[in-house]
Structure formats: structure tokens, C-alpha cells
Design a protein around this ligand. Structure first.
Ligand code: ZN
Length: 287
């Protein structure tokens, strides 16, 4: 290997570097003092060598740029809650984690069908720490945490479902997308959140206006709000969003959120939005 490295080093210094620097005369300078016939032979050999490496170099450049364009984005999908923390509880008593896990699986499937790479975070529900979630996503191009929404106690009414006392709301429903201004890439986070929201609306989904009570609007029309103190959104190196698919305390919306056809449609809208915003950033290839 040593001999090859040295030889390549010499070839690079003598031929490639002057060529790259546009200095053709330097390539021929070394042969000026040799006998005529030898010089001609050496010049031909060097010329052929230069052309060979030049062709390889151009080919390598072309392949590299093609690969950079064609490489799919790596999207990290985090399933909110899990383990002993089931998150919110639906109007019919189902834990939020179950909704999150189900929809994260649908979204992962849709993204993979479209040729995107997916990194599954907390799909087994075994990551308790909020800080560990974005750490598992390191190296991805985008981070999305999947959640389902609830509502404050004051707006809950009691009812009985299958013999058990539960609670529900009628005042809040719809999706919400959250970003943090403290994220290291707030610009991409917002662009992705907005394009996801726009695609959701085009597919017939409605954002919840309820979030305007507690959160500053980032792009309210598309259902995007600021939520700066969310650990999963700012303790990361990636553009990140937290997605609340809907309000599981709303009895009708709870049922809609478990409908496989609707889940697929929602996942399709999100996948289109993510692809579009990552394409625009030019960061589709992992660096
Ligand atoms: Zn949650």
C-alpha cells in the first residue's frame, strides 16, 4: 500500500494538481532536459496517464453529484410517550401512546413506499427520557414526534363508556403542528411544518384554532404554533416538529383517528409536505 500511495502522491503532485490548478506548463516542465526520443515517449505516457486520471476524476465527480441528488432523506419518527407514561387518555379510555404508535407505523410505511429512509424512535415504547429521543435521531435529516391531543380538565364532561367512567370534550378538535424557536434550525423546522400543514388542509384536514389560547402563531392558517419549551424540539441538532394528529378526548374525532383509510390519507399529506420542504433545503442527502 505504501508504494501505491507514494506513487499516487507523485502522480497527483506532478499531474493532477497542476491540471486542477490549470497550470499545463508545469506538467511538461520536468521533461525538458531529457534526450529527444525519451522525452517524446515520456510525454506520451504522461499524457495518457493524465487523460486517464482526468476521465476518472470527471466520472467520480459526476457520480458523486448524482448520488448526492438521488440519496433519499432520512426521517426520524418518534412515538410520543410509552412505557409507564401512556400520555393522555381518550374519550373511550385508550392511552395516547397506542394512537401514537399506530399512526407512526402508518407514516413510516408511507414514507418508505415513497423511497424515503425512516429511523424508528421509541417504536417499542421503551424510551422514557425525552432527551434520549432526539439523540437516537442524530444523523437524520428531519425529526417528527407523533402525539395526540387532549384538553384541560375545565373543558371535560363525564360519561360512561362500556361500564367505565370516562371524560370527553366537545369544544376542541383538529390537528396541530408545533415548532420551537430554540431549535438549531428554526427556519427549516417552520418551512417543513408549514408545508405539512398546507398539505393536510389540501387533503381536507382542519387545524385546531384552540392552540391560539396558549401558543404564539408561527403559521396559524396551516395550524403551526410555537412551543419553545418542548425538549424534543430544542435538544436536537435537527429541524424538528411535534405533530398532534387530533384530539382524542373528542368522541367523534377519536373514532376518525382510528380509521385506517383516514390515517393513510393523513400520513400521505405529511409525507408530501416533508418531501417538499426537505427538497427545498437541499439537505436531502445526509452529510
Ligand atoms: Zn402527547
Amino acid at each position: 500500500m505504501g508504494a501505491r500511495t507514494t506513487r499516487f502522491g507523485r502522480i497527483f503532485t506532478h499531474f493532477m494538481f497542476p491540471w486542477l490548478a490549470g497550470n499545463y506548463s508545469a506538467i511538461h516542465a520536468g521533461v525538458s532536459n531529457a534526450p529527444e526520443a525519451f522525452r517524446a515517449e515520456l510525454a506520451t505516457w504522461r499524457h495518457n496517464l493524465v487523460m486517464k486520471y482526468r476521465a476518472n476524476f470527471i466520472f467520480a465527480l459526476f457520480s458523486w453529484s448524482t448520488a448526492a441528488i438521488a440519496a433519499p432523506a432520512l426521517v426520524a419518527i418518534d412515538v410520543g410517550h410509552g412505557g409507564i407514561d401512556g400520555g393522555a387518555t381518550s374519550a373511550r379510555g385508550r392511552p395516547e401512546y397506542a394512537f401514537n404508535r399506530e399512526f407512526a407505523g402508518v407514516l413510516a410505511g408511507v414514507l418508505r413506499e415513497r423511497g424515503q429512509d425512516v429511523r424508528e424512535v421509541n417504536f417499542a415504547g421503551d424510551i422514557g427520557s425525552l432527551v434520549a429521543r432526539p439523540e437516537r435521531a442524530a444523523g437524520s435529516d428531519f425529526f417528527i414526534s407523533i402525539h395526540h391531543d387532549s384538553i384541560g380538565e375545565a373543558w371535560l364532561k363525564p360519561w360512561v363508556w362500556e361500564g367505565n367512567e370516562q371524560s370527553y370534550t366537545e369544544v376542541k378538535r383538529g390537528y396541530g403542528i408545533f415548532i420551537s424557536a430554540q431549535n438549531p434550525d428554526p427556519e427549516t423546522s417552520l418551512r417543513c411544518a408549514s408545508s405539512m400543514g398546507a398539505m393536510l388542509r389540501r387533503a381536507g384536514f382542519e387545524p385546531s384554532s384552540w392552540h391560539g389560547r396558549k401558543h404564539l402563531p408561527a403559521d396559524a392558517e396551516n395550524g403551526v404554533w410555537y412551543y419553545d419549551k418542548l425538549v424534543v424540539l430544542y435538544r436536537t441538532t435537527l429541524p424538528a416538529v411535534l405533530f398532534e394528529a387530533g384530539v382524542i378526548k373528542h368522541r367523534d374525532e377519536e373514532l376518525e383517528l382510528t380509521d385506517p383509510e383516514r390515517q393513510a390519507r393523513m400520513a400521505d399529506a405529511l409525507a408530501t409536505g416533508i418531501s417538499a420542504c426537505l427538497f427545498v433545503t437541499g439537505k436531502s442527502a445526509p452529510e
